[in-house]
Design a protein around this ligand. Sequence first.
Ligand code: GAL
Length: 414
Amino acid sequence: MKKFSRVAALATFLSAGVSAGALHAQTAEVLHWWTSGSEQAALGEIRTAFEAQGGKWVDTPIAGGGNARAAAVNRMLGGDPATVFQFSIGQQLRELADQGLLADVNAVAEEENWDEKLPPLIVQAAKYDGDYIAAPINIHGENWMFYNKDALEKAGIEVPKSWPEFVDAAKKLEDAGVIPIGLGGQPWQERILFNSVLLGVGGREFYAKLYSTLDDELLASDTMRKVFETFAALKPFVDEASPGRNWNEATNMVIRGDAAFQFMGDWAKGEIIAAGVEPGTTVGCAFAPAIDTAYIMTVDAFAFSAMDSEEAQAAQEKMAHVMLEPDVQIAFNKKKGSIPALLDVPGDSFDVCAQKAMATLQDKKTHLVSTGLFGVPSAVSGAIDDSISNFWNSADMSPEQGQEEFRQAISYAK
Ligand code: GAL
């Protein structure tokens, strides 16, 4: 692990009040997958702050999280690393640290007391072997349900509180000529819908125990079969153009009222805001139907390639510092649709959905982790996405068969 052990030097540098013009511009190539309107607008807040403090930003956008993560890793392995790259904190990032591919940003973290200012779950996930290997910059929730209020009124339905209620409501929406679920037919999006059903049917303790233990008996349980039966019951409620659709196109379907619901992370709220809609007005937000309250978290972060040059290391430290400045945290997260990772950033200027998220997270029993990257090894994450997508797109696989394929895929991957 490359070490930056220059706390005193850094403290002098950051607090020197040296004007941007006088600073030698540190150049950071930033590789990321934030290509939608709201993602670009949110990242722009970080870029503006970085450049105002003398940094030089070289932008390398790559559409699709999986593509961008693969590119970042290949660049490092190929000896041409990006200075800073987007990742989600969790097990896959720790795997990269284990291979010695990452730099740490301990100097910034110590100077700015991240250990105290970040939630314990995030501190633990952002560290490897005691070193901070990423700058966590937000908390997204994946078990959100966004809905078009006019579409619900047109069908004469209320916001469903359980999955059986949702199925009844979906039938009424179909009769009213509204697509019940706006879905992007990509494995990671189908998995987000599945995990909301799993949480909704099994409950937060079942979700936490299943994904933390990957226990075979839980995977083969009656509860899991009920999850697959409920998930299968949703298949008829998406339109035929769903396969391959990008998540933000599905969000636009709900904004326009062509679709009534989207089950998606609250980055969809960023698109709703970017479209000029105040969340909670014509487009509402609620947690997906569930038997208890919980928040499936994913945390966006930027990691830092191990690099020899002093300038690159200085640029990495500046970037880590800028990303967690309170003003930047507020400006970035309000446009991204997420909430600040820092515990001490005031939330009163955020939208009603973000306020609901902040209030919910006060109760640690609601804290769950995404299987996207945060909570499970990358091989298991891929097995979950692939087996769920196979089941969702199969015309003849029964819920029992889907459950068994899911169990086998995870058993082989863990
Ligand atoms: C997630 C990421 C979100 C958003 C989403 C869709 O992995 O955490 O910030 O970018 O991908 O692109």
